[in-house]
Design a protein around this ligand. Sequence first.
Ligand code: SF4
Length: 60
Amino acid sequence: MNVQIDDTCIACGVCTDLCPDVFVMGDEIAHVVTNPIPPEFEDEAQQAAEDCPVDAIIIT
Ligand code: SF4
């Protein structure tokens, strides 16, 4: 499972609060710390993608 964040991110902090082991906040948008996502964080990453208000988290 790989996760990307596109440039529609509004830096709301939902993903970084929900799953700080995978998402960190950069200067303007959130970033993914590690790909592929470790199996133990896949559920949280999936939840973050569902909760992102602008659908900026893309899971492949
Ligand atoms: S939840 Fe979406 S909009 Fe909010 S910081 Fe994460 S990627 Fe950006």
